[in-house]
Design a protein around this ligand. Structure first.
Ligand code: SF4
Ligand code: FES
Length: 235
């Protein structure tokens, strides 16, 4: 005998433009099962029309984020045995256009990330003709920033993004911080032309939902405060 989970899953049929919910009961007999395993079980055994997205199945690609009992999370990293309820309401990520059922359109994330120029901007020639050297200490400053998998969980949990879709959002701002704190980067002025207004670093109300939900335990809110400090000290 395993644990019986009752799932209410949001559904959207784009052909009929119809929104509804489906209810499923799944007995989880394997202690290692994740929410993604439950989705796959439903699709294989109960309802092959249920649509969800995943790729790596191990917390790397960022494609499987959904909302469970109101909280954004990665389906592939959500272990059933650690959930605090057997009744689960599963919805798509909040604030994004729904394509079908649990699959949302992430393209807004890509546009926002592109707008902060997520690459090194280097103006001087490198000291070595092979590479731009970075010290171990400077490299360590990027810990807690470079690990983002662009899952969108933080953006979906951000009340500012819900109200203002032109806000760059926690994920793009974290990405900006990752490059602007890089000792090899010389693009602060260019990036602050994009970042230093109410749709950028001053749009955040420091609610820190982003930190609460990030599956990689990153802190986009802290990165935004770091960017504000950097902007104040800009020469
Ligand atoms: S900061 Fe965390 S929650 Fe936000 S997109 Fe990156 S990995 Fe996902
Ligand atoms: S399937 Fe890749 S992060 Fe979940």
């Amino acid at each position: 005998m395993g644990d019986l989970y009752k799932l209410t899953i949001f559904r959207y049929n784009p052909e009929l433009k119809e929104t509804y919910t489906s209810k499923y009961e799944v007995e989880v007999t394997e202690s290692h099962w994740t929410l993604l395993d439950v989705f796959r079980y439903i699709k294989s055994n109960l309802d092959d029309t249920l649509t969800f997205r995943y790729s790596c199945g191990q917390g790397i690609c960022g494609s499987c984020a959904v909302t469970v009992n109101g909280k954004s999370t990665l389906a592939c990293e959500t272990q059933m045995k650690f959930l605090d309820s057997f009744d689960l309401v599963v919805e798509p990520l909040r604030g994004f256009p729904v394509i079908r059922d649990l699959v949302v359109d992430h393209s807004v994330l890509d546009e926002k990330v592109r707008s902060v120029m997520p690459w090194l901007i280097c103006k001087k020639d490198p000291e070595s003709d092979k590479e731009r050297i970075q010290s171990i200490e400077d490299r360590a400053k990027l810990d807690g920033l470079y690990e983002c998998i662009v899952c969108g969980a933080c953006v979906a949990a951000c009340p500012t993004f819900w109200k203002n879709k032109t806000f760059l959002g926690p994920q793009a701002l974290l990405y900006a911080c990752r490059f602007m704190l890089d000792s090899r980067d010389e693009g602060k002025n260019e990036r602050f032309e994009v970042l230093a207004d109410k749709d950028g670093i001053y749009g955040c109300h420091t609610i820190f939902n982003c930190m609460e939900v990030c599956p990689k335990e990153l802190n986009p809110g802290k990165a935004i405060l770091e960017l504000r400090k950097m902007f104040m000290n800009l020469e």
